[in-house]
Design a protein around this ligand. Sequence first.
Ligand code: AMP
Ligand code: TRP
Length: 345
Amino acid sequence: MTKFTPRVFSGVQPTGNLHLGNYLGAIKKFVPLQENYECLYCVVDLHAITANPNPEILGQNTREVAAAYLAAGIDPKNHIIFNQSSVPQHAELAWFFNCVARMGWLNRMTQFKEKAGKNKENASVGLYSYPNLMAADILLYKATHVPVGDDQKQHLELTRDIAQKFNIDFIKTIEENGFGDQYFPLPEPIIAGTATRVMSLRDGSKKMSKSDPSDYSRITMTDDADAIALKIRKAKTDPEPLPETIEGFEGRPEAKNLVGIYSALSGKSDAEVLGEFGGETFATFKKALTDLAVPTLEPITKKMQGFMDDQAQIDQILKEGGEKARAIAEETMKEVKTIFGMLHP
Ligand code: AMP
Ligand code: TRP
């Protein structure tokens, strides 16, 4: 069996409105992985142009995601922070995967169906083939582990299908060229713990998202204490007091979501939080949630602002990260071309 160096890859799109779901479901979980893995954290700007590209703000949004990585505690000296378009091999490998992945596989992707909505004929081809680019992001670095929120599970399964089909279809040239019995690893998703799916504050059945037209649906990573307090106060609830047990969340998505956010911020389990607040009114609980959320998020938003104020520093970090990533990516692309039988004189 081919042995792969344990390596982590993940990405966040620079599409603005970075929110609590992005932080608790993804970015916060990137941090501890630095201890045991070599990590690459990417600002996926090529993904961000698949729908409604906006050249006026893409650069600033890219810096904002990089600033969030840095503020959360990603160390750019020992790990890699970079933006996707600075490594051309992402788009290049995505082409090869366009030729590996099957139409039938992509037709099953629920995120495309949600994002394209009723107007499928008018969606960009890029939005459709987006999961192939995501597979390329991960496999370009032969990443073995990918921390993401629950909504990316299907894309990770597709990535594994692509890796496996490639490994099987090209086994002859993989072996002949000395790459062992498997060229790509089958990357493992890391979707664990609390807040894998943070829901909208206005509707507990909808995911908290960057594109929700209502700003009250999400707490963003640039909200100040007043904005956080106001959004929690206005968050949708139901008339009952908080349940005493987890089973009591049945049919009460808003209660489940607010308790889930409290758990993720405090590091406690939902059961522990209900032990403390079960039977209390939402008014009491919302006050406690605000008192927890504000001081927990404030240091991160402050640090993020600090990085945003020093544009030159962020740009330098992205540049250096891009160089380090490119060195790995160039190697993989050469090997992939060899496996496909291409000449690269
Ligand atoms: P995106 O904003 O789509 O680029 O997502 C960046 C990361 O945040 C991915 O790992 C997503 O799975 C994660 N994420 C996005 N929205 C949520 C949410 N509402 N709850 C938990 N994780 C989320
Ligand atoms: N598709 C992911 C999202 O919308 C972002 C992403 C792109 C990603 N490439 C990735 C996540 C590679 C993990 C690994 O959230």
